[in-house]
Write a protein that binds this ligand. Structure first.
Ligand code: FAD
Ligand code: NAI
Length: 501
């Protein structure tokens, strides 16, 4: 009895302690204190984008050093690794979004957040032009502002290679709107197939889902679609299940080229067991109304009927990025994206720093790279601010009128300032690879992790649990973690919601 009493009390203290901490953290989060106002004597740092690179920079940035302006068409950060889960309703859309103001309101100095699309950057006059694209537009929707430093983090857009019908008929998987659009289309296919009188052939077409691209996005998307079809469609539309077919098309000889051979084989095996057909060495040549045109490497082009096409064929530079690069043709020679130096500065425009998917570097276009680059720039801007302050002091010292009595003193002070400036050394950016993870459906994931200098690979259910815990801890806020964990439980107990607006 004594033991049970002690156990009961310890449990009570633990529960009350955890609830109190949770309450305190959420209270602090929702009630940010007052902030310093913008300071005209500080330099202006403009950040374009609110994705992985920009948000990681904002998190680490000491805003007391600058007047910071964030411009992005989305007033939130999107946690892209969980986007395919949103597309099939495993997670709610809001669970993977974090409003940018939730971050900036906690900074020491006010940050100006502008929901607008940057349309032009002038690297010579150091200005950015942006437009409000929302339905309720202000009187003057287009504005141009000057910057002292610009962080260019606008990401990339989905590559279509100009293949006919892709833009008009396929669903992309890059933005939150893409996931919502795909879900609507997907449920439309199911409900139309369930409509009385729909022919067998039409049911087979509507319930054939095609994912294009065997990179990590395509693989994860196929895995998530499979889970929905097996775990929910089978229960709620049992009569439709026999008509379901899921195909992944990849132009290269195998899927996941950036992963090890064992993990590629494991993924292919898992897909086979899950009845996901993989067509490697096959190029999609067009997307028509109700079908895709496939061209196998050594075969004839053929038309394959389908209800849904998800396009995950990689990245390409945005128009604004191409325009910016075209203004510095002697430095910007890579069509893939912006070339940067070791300090992430744009050659030819040293006040512009570019990070993430909009750049062309030796690193893969991943969230890991973008967020490390953002964190690196936050540290860099601290040093740059220190250097700028010393430079200003030196300039004003030099500007003061010469007075013979003070010349020696002035000289000494100037030498001291120069020495302090010399001591501030900017270190080049160095990427530290933390490993790769991907969900492949059926509660299985694959992982490639560098442990003690060696590449450790694993795949299966345990890796899936690791995948979940890794992403849960990587989510930027307690709010997101609570929402995602809640959604996973909701899906486990009640299944995915098949209702649609
Ligand atoms: P983004 O995060 O794309 O952010 C770009 C920002 O710029 C956005 O806020 C956008 O609204 C804004 N923007 C766009 N146009 C303009 C404009 N004209 N003016 C101003 N702002 C603009 N990587 C991983 O490492 N691990 C994963 O598991 C992983 N999973 C992924 C899953 C999916 C489905 C996708 C699509 C990608 C995944 N990635 C993953 C890749 C990762 O999301 C990207 O590499 C990362 O988002 C790049 O960060 P970024 O800041 O460069 O761009
Ligand atoms: P990707 O570029 O990695 O893969 C696209 C694939 O589509 C390529 O294999 C290409 O051969 C294929 N393809 C292109 N055109 C085609 C066509 N017409 N027909 C058939 N196949 C075609 O793009 P993805 O998957 O969007 O990834 C982009 C970046 O994001 C990568 O760097 C990736 O590592 C990262 N990412 C990482 C994830 C993870 O770590 N779990 C998840 C998702 C993305």
């Amino acid at each position: 009895r004594g033991f049970l009493q002690i156990l009961g009390r310890v449990t009570l203290v633990g529960v009350v302690g955890a609830a109190g901490t949770f309450w305190y953290l959420t209270y602090k989060d929702r009630n940010p204190g007052p902030q310093l106002p913008l300071d005209p004597s500080k330099k202006t740092l403009v950040i374009l984008g609110s994705g992985w690179g920009a948000t990681s920079l904002l998190k680490g940035l000491d805003t007391t050093d600058y007047n910071t302006v964030v411009i992005s068409p989305k007033n939130f950060f999107l946690f892209t690794p969980l986007l395919p889960s949103v597309a099939v309703g495993t997670l709610g859309a809001k669970s993977v979004l974090q409003p940018t103001r939730y971050i900036t309101r906690h900074k020491a100095r006010q940050v100006s957040v502008i929901e607008a699309e940057a349309t032009a950057v002038d690297p010579v006059n150091k200005t950015v032009t942006f437009t409000d694209t929302s339905p309720l537009r202000p009187v003057e929707p287009t504005r141009t502002i000057p910057y002292d430093y610009l962080v260019y983090a606008v990401g990339a857009e989905t590559q279509t290679f100009g293949i006919p019908g892709v833009k008009e008929r396929a669903c992309f998987m890059k933005e939150i709107g893409d996931a919502e659009q795909m879900q609507t289309r997907f449920l439309d296919c199911i409900e139309t197939a369930a409509f009385p009188g729909t022919s067998e052939e039409e049911k087979r077409r509507l319930l054939h889902m095609v994912v294009v691209g065997g990179g990590p996005t395509g693989i994860e998307m196929a895995g998530e679609l499979h889970d929905f079809l097996e775990e929910d469609l089978k229960s709620w539309y049992p009569e439709l299940h026999p008509y379901v077919r899921l195909t992944l098309v990849e132009a290269l000889p195998n899927v996941l080229p950036s992963f090890s051979k064992e993990l590629i084989a494991y993924t292919e095996r898992t897909f086979k067991e899950s009845k996901i057909e993989i067509l490697t060495g096959t190029m999609v040549k067009g997307v028509n109304e109700g079908s895709v045109r496939l061209k196998p490497k050594d075969g004839e082009e053929r038309e394959v009927p389908c209800g849904l096409v998800v396009w995950a064929a990689g990245n390409t530079a945005r128009k604004i990025t191409r325009d910016l690069m075209s203004q510095l043709p002697e430095h910007q020679t890579n069509k893939r994206g912006i070339i940067v130096d070791n300090y992430l500065r744009m050659p030819g425009a040293p006040s512009i720093f570019a990070i993430g998917d909009c750049t062309a570097t030796s690193y893969a276009p991943t969230a890991q790279v973008a967020s490390q680059q953002g964190a690196y720039l936050a540290r860099m801007f601290k040093l740059i601010a220190k250097k700028d302050t010393l430079e200003n002091k030196l300039e004003s010292l030099n500007a003061t009128s010469d007075d013979n009595d003070h010349t020696a003193e002035k000289h000494k002070e100037a030498e001291s300032l120069k020495k302090q400036m010399d001591r501030i050394k900017l270190k080049p950016f160095q990427y530290s690879h933390q490993g790769s993870l991907a969900y492949i459906g059926s509660d299985k994931a694959i992982a490639e992790l560098p442990i003690f200098g060696r590449e450790w690979t694993s795949g299966g259910v345990a890796t899936f649990l690791f995948w979940r815990s890794a992403y849960l801890s990587t989510l930027f806020s307690l709010r997101n973690r609570a929402l995602v964990a809640g959604d996973w439980m909701r899906t486990k107990f009640f299944g995915r919601d098949v209702s649609r607006e």
